[in-house]
Write a protein that binds this ligand. Structure first.
Ligand SMILES: [Zn+2]
Length: 157
């Protein structure tokens, strides 16, 4: 059996929070509490709820970077993230699909390796900024369960 290794990505806390064409940030609609999306088109950020039609837009330059572990929100509108769940008394949350995949990869592999271009993870790397409870081996099983919860929420209508 070959062991999977964790390869640090080039994502950092800012890049991972930015929606891409096929990977929007999932948020809770402020109006109807359904799953809504934040997308980015050229220089415009847009929040759209497919259920109630709630719609907000602003220029992407007005990005406000939120990284509140207790109350995580998207980076443009400060709206609560859809992909959140309680895990070992903490809040497990992600912005989007690639963030979810990143965490799953990070938590599930035993041997983590550094970015080959660096001796150690840089302070700006995502892995270096993850909270201790997420890195703790004793929490691994619980966190993987939490990630499964987030995956099913991702697929919720
Ligand atoms: Zn709505």
């Amino acid at each position: 059996m070959t062991e999977k290794r964790f390869q640090e990505s080039y994502e950092n806390r800012i890049s991972i929070s930015i929606p891409t064409n096929d990977d929007p940030t999932l948020v809770i609609c402020a109006k109807c509490q359904s799953k809504a999306v934040v997308t980015l088109h050229n220089d415009e950020a847009r929040l759209t709820c497919p259920i109630c039609g709630y719609n907000l837009a602003k220029t992407a330059e007005e990005k406000t970077f939120y990284w509140d572990a207790e109350n995580p929100t998207d980076s443009y509108f400060g709206v609560n993230l859809w992909l959140q769940t309680d895990c070992v008394g903490e809040s497990l949350w992600v912005f989007n699909k690639r963030h979810l995949e990143y965490l799953e990869n990070f938590v599930s592999v035993k041997h983590r390796q550094c970015n080959p271009n660096n001796e150690t993870w840089t302070n700006s790397s995502l892995a270096s900024r993850l909270p201790k409870w997420l890195k703790s081996a004793k929490n691994r099983t619980h966190i993987l369960k939490g990630i499964e919860v987030l995956k099913s929420k991702y697929n919720d209508a």
